[in-house]
Design a protein around this ligand. Structure first.
Ligand SMILES: C[S@@+](CC[C@H](N)C(=O)[O-])C[C@H]1O[C@@H](n2cnc3c(N)ncnc32)[C@H](O)[C@@H]1O
Length: 247
C-alpha cells in the first residue's frame, strides 16, 4: 500500500474519481458564506487545491484565485484547467505570503492532511497571517468521534474500454490524533483488473478541540455539512463546515 500515489503518479485519475462531487455547489457555498461573514474583497487562495476545480468555479464568481498544493502533478492539471490563476507548490501547514487574501478555502476535508495537531496549528496560523482583516478561512471537517470504520463511498466510471471503481473510507482506531483515509482504485480492461491502494495519514480531532485551536485567531461559525442551505450546526452531525473570520 502506498501513501499518496493518487496525488502523484495516479493524479491523471483524480478527476475521474471525483466525477460525482458537486464542485459548483461547494464553491457557491464558500462564496455565499464569504459574502455574509467576510469582507467584500476578491483575493482568494485555495489550500490543497488539487486539480483546481473549486478555483475554476470561484473565478466565475469574480475571485482572483491562487492555489497551493504539496504535489506538483496535481498543480500541473490545475494550471491547465485554470490558466488565469496562479499556483504554487508548498505545504499548507507552513506557508507565507506577501499578498493578503480575502477568502482562504480548503475543501474536501483536505485540512486533515495537516497530519498532526501541531501541523494543524501551523496551518491555522499561516491562514490567519495570510488573510486581510475581515477575511474568511472556510473549510470542512469530520469529527473523529463520529467516524464509522464500516462506511465507505464507492462509485464506478467508464472511460473508453476501461472501467474504474473508486472507493474511499475513513479509519480511526478510537484514540489519539491520527486517522487515515483509505483510497482504492480498480481499473478493469479486457477482464484484467489492476488495483491501487493508498492509506493517507490525516489528523484526527473533535469539533470542540478544533474550536479551541481556532478561537485565539478567529471568530468561528459552524454550519451543517450542507452546500445547498446555510444551517447552523445542530451539534449532532460529525461533518461540518467551519467559517472563520479574522477580526
Ligand atoms: C482530497 S484532495 C483535494 C483536492 C481539491 N481540494 C478537491 O477538492 O478536489 C487533497 C489534496 O491535498 C493535497 N495535500 C496533501 N497534503 C498537503 C499539504 N500538507 N499541503 C498542501 N497540500 C496538501 C494533495 O496533494 C491533494 O491535492
Amino acid at each position: 500500500m502506498s501513501y499518496n500515489a493518487l496525488y502523484t503518479d495516479l493524479s491523471g485519475y483524480y478527476d475521474l474519481m471525483c466525477a460525482d462531487i458537486d464542485y459548483q455547489g461547494q464553491s457557491s457555498s464558500a462564496h455565499r458564506l464569504h459574502q455574509i461573514f467576510g469582507n467584500s474583497g476578491k483575493q482568494h487562495l485555495d489550500l490543497a487545491c488539487g486539480t483546481g476545480p473549486h478555483i475554476a468555479h470561484l473565478i466565475q464568481h469574480g475571485f482572483h484565485s491562487q492555489g497551493l498544493d504539496i504535489n506538483q502533478p496535481m498543480l500541473e492539471i490545475a494550471q491547465q484547467r485554470c490558466p488565469e490563476a496562479q499556483f504554487a507548490q508548498g505545504n499548507m501547514c507552513a506557508f507565507q505570503t506577501d499578498q493578503k487574501f480575502d477568502l482562504i478555502t480548503c475543501f474536501l476535508y483536505s485540512i486533515h492532511y495537516s497530519g498532526s495537531i501541531e501541523e494543524l496549528i501551523g496551518c491555522i496560523k499561516s491562514a490567519h497571517q495570510a488573510l486581510q482583516s475581515g477575511g474568511v478561512f472556510y473549510f470542512n471537517v469530520v469529527d473523529k468521534n463520529h467516524i464509522n470504520n464500516e462506511l465507505f463511498a464507492k462509485h464506478s466510471v467508464s472511460q473508453g474500454a476501461d472501467l474504474f471503481q473508486f472507493s474511499s473510507a475513513w479509519h480511526y482506531i478510537g484514540e489519539g490524533e491520527k486517522q487515515t483515509l483509505n483510497v482504492r482504485i480498480d481499473k478493469t480492461c479486457d477482464q484484467q483488473t489492476l488495483t491501487w491502494e493508498d492509506a493517507h495519514p490525516m489528523v484526527a480531532l473533535d469539533f470542540e478541540q478544533l474550536k479551541t485551536l481556532l478561537t485565539p485567531y478567529f471568530e468561528v461559525h459552524v454550519f451543517e455539512h450542507n452546500y445547498e442551505q446555510i444551517t447552523p450546526w445542530q451539534q449532532a452531525s460529525g461533518n461540518a463546515i467551519f467559517v472563520c473570520t479574522k477580526a
